[in-house]
Design a protein around this ligand. Structure first.
Ligand code: ADE
Length: 243
């Protein structure tokens, strides 16, 4: 998968060279390109923003640098199987489902917003050529879209075949299957007066699976009633859930 990032703070994306994404880069699974948006400016001050039409606080990222950046990035083709991801607090929510969808793409181009956002025409124009997704990683406002792009990248690339050592751990974790993950324990069996639930030491795989499922349902109902499905049953009693 090829990953491009358009940003006015390329240093923010240095973590891409670390940890799991870094290993995937080294092994050739990922082809990562971070671009300084200012390379597509032509004035002495390398201006990327301007005041909003209609007034209001803050600055808006100008259309021309992004427009020229897309022209250059897609000059040699590569639009097929590519998606532009615009990180913005006003985007659609980023979910595990969207991560799975983006993991099927051959190329992702992240456009990282700053300030009050990107001139809308950048997105309107790009949409005439390519799929564009405006994506938010949560109901809070960051200083810019770089951290959001990193979060989305990590969630997507770990789903790529050959990325994770243990495919089973992908299936068992939170948000796969619509439930939060059950609590987990390791040795020692007793620690500071807290014991591992005895069922996990029983060797009874059926009982362990049932206990884990019950814990996952209970957690989801308590912490994320918006996620839990009304048909999920706990201890023979339907858990009361928000619709
Ligand atoms: N940029 C600023 N806040 C953001 C958020 N919550 N999600 C995505 N991009 C952002």
């Amino acid at each position: 998968m090829r990953l491009d990032y358009l940003t006015i703070f390329p240093d923010y994306l240095a973590p891409l060279q670390l940890s799991l994404p870094g290993k995937a880069v080294a092994s050739g699974l990922l082809d990562v390109h971070v671009h300084d948006l200012r390379q597509w400016t032509h004035d002495r001050h390398r201006t990327v923003d301007d005041t909003p039409y209609g007034g209001g606080a803050g600055m808006v990222l100008k259309p021309e640098p992004f427009g020229e950046a897309f022209d250059d990035l897609f000059a040699g083709g590569g639009l097929e199987g590519a998606t532009v991801v615009v990180t913005t607090p006003s985007g659609e929510p980023f979910t595990q489902e969207l991560a799975r969808e983006l993991a099927t793409r051959e190329r992702l181009v992240f456009a990282c917003g700053r300030y009050e956002g990107i001139d809308q025409r950048v997105l309107d124009h790009a949409r005439t050529l390519i799929e564009v997704r405006e994506v938010s990683i949560g109901d809070y406002v960051l200083n810019g879209g770089e951290v959001a792009a990193l979060a989305i990248t990590e969630a997507v690339v770990r789903l790529l075949p050959g990325f994770m050592g243990n495919a089973a751990s992908l299936v068992e974790e939170s948000h796969e299957g619509g439930l939060l993950e059950h609590p987990v324990y390791t040795k020692p069996a007793s620690w500071r007066g807290h014991d591992v639930p005895p069922v996990l030491l029983s060797g009874d795989h059926g009982a362990i699976a049932a206990w884990r499922h019950e814990q996952a349902v209970r957690r989801t109902a308590e912490r994320r009633p918006d996620l839990a499905h009304p048909s999920q049953v706990l201890d023979g009693v339907e858990v009361r859930l928000a619709q």
